[in-house]
Design a protein around this ligand. Sequence first.
Ligand code: AMP
Ligand code: MG
Length: 516
Amino acid sequence: MDELRGEVAPDKRPRSFGLLLFSVEPTPVRDPHLLAWSHELAAVLGLEEPMERGPAVEVLAGNRITPGMKPFAARYGGHQFGSWAGQLGDGRAISLGEVAALDGSGWEIQLKGAGPTPYSRRADGRAVLRSSLREFLCSEAMHHLGVPTTRALSLVGTGDSVVRDMFYDGRARPEPGAIVARVAPTFIRFGNFEIMAATGELENLRALADYTIRHHYPELREPSEAVYLSWFEEVCRRTAIMIAHWMAVGFVHGVMNTDNMSILGLTIDYGPYGWLEPYDPDWTPNTTDFGQHRYAFGQQPQVALWNLLMLARALSPLVADAEGLRTGLECYQTTFAESQHQMMLKKLGLTSLDPNADKEDTALLEELHTSLEESAVDMTLFFRHLSHLAPQLLSDTADEASLFQELTEAASYSTEDHAKLLHWLHRYAGRVRGESSDAETLRASMLSANPKYVLRNYLAQEAIEAAEQGDLSFLQRLMAVLKTPFAEQPEHDDLAAKRPEWASNKPGCATLSCSS
Ligand code: AMP
Ligand code: MG
């Protein structure tokens, strides 16, 4: 607010104009009460868990502004489903300000669903419990999986209802409202730069780029043309690593519009996301995308590249030689390919030996992807089972055939024969025997790369349905288990089970609308 020409809004009427951000206060809600709290993030920030109701929760709901806060909404646009959509927001996220963590690092605290801003267009600025709970749970689950992500500190019920047409079928109904306090070094997105470039506000574009570099990429030193290029390259590199993580855990973002891409390479804006259950590169949970499958699991690496290209276009007025931005895009491709290769090898308990073995490993990985798809294998279950099975393959007396049968039965949703997958497993068995590690080391390494627990789509839905009835116990249990997703936790085996049949088509479990 001090550095970026923020302006005080006399009112919240919709508008679009030359500012980067707009000072705006949250709109109070009726009965703010705490529903969930992230102890891990709070420990980083040095915050204590608040009481269910009271001044702290009033802050987390936007009802109370404390001295030193300078609430604002940032202005951004974006490409949605491949087309320029103009100015989009931020229509319902209001940042309260920045806090210093115990280690001195700075974190922005942002309330999603805190009421209208001058960028709300005709929408209400609010969010419903079901989507807020999904954002809260998944941000923290992703963090514990080691995936770069924005965080979530609290989930607060508002006591107000919010009207949404969840199925887009004209049957709007009131739902409980909620607010997530989400936390990240910054929530700046590709779209913040795109809107400035699209409207020709080059001074603002430069100011935002310089601000981002000075505060969030200080290692690059004072902004200059050369620094803009190395900054863009670094954004590309981080984005590549984030996408490789998504592909390794089976996460589908669902709505990778450029306004949902963080300038820090963090997973941001948890909407109609989903976790791959039967392995299918063409799968998307987002009903709005059922026609195109633009944001399907297997498309994500390409879409991220396209989004980076849109960012490069937006930044091109800052550099005389826009061709220089190409280096960044190339960096994305090589970093993604390398990271994905390394992450997949790690999941298989393999270390890359020499460049010749690398080629064979690439072929092994390609065959794995087609085999998993043909057998409709549950990605999480498959790799977790393999982590227990691979060490047994090292023994001379291993009965491969029965081990493999056990694995396919446990992990596959298909009753067809698994010829391709069995072929791959034999090939893999040969490769893993060539590893020098002993069984225990192999098991430990694979178990640390292949989570047992992910936020299966139907589990999130069960937590929502219970929470809507006032029962938070399942939400709390999920939060606790997803804190250590690589640990066995046998008493929670039911949360690591194959998706039940009833959940395969149920809204919220396998399909989600953007309504939130
Ligand atoms: P999304 O596709 O969910 O990322 O939404 C795109 C943008 O629309 C968001 O960044 C918000 O600025 C805006 N938006 C979505 N829902 C609302 C709402 N209920 N009120 C105001 N703005 C909204
Ligand atoms: Mg968004």
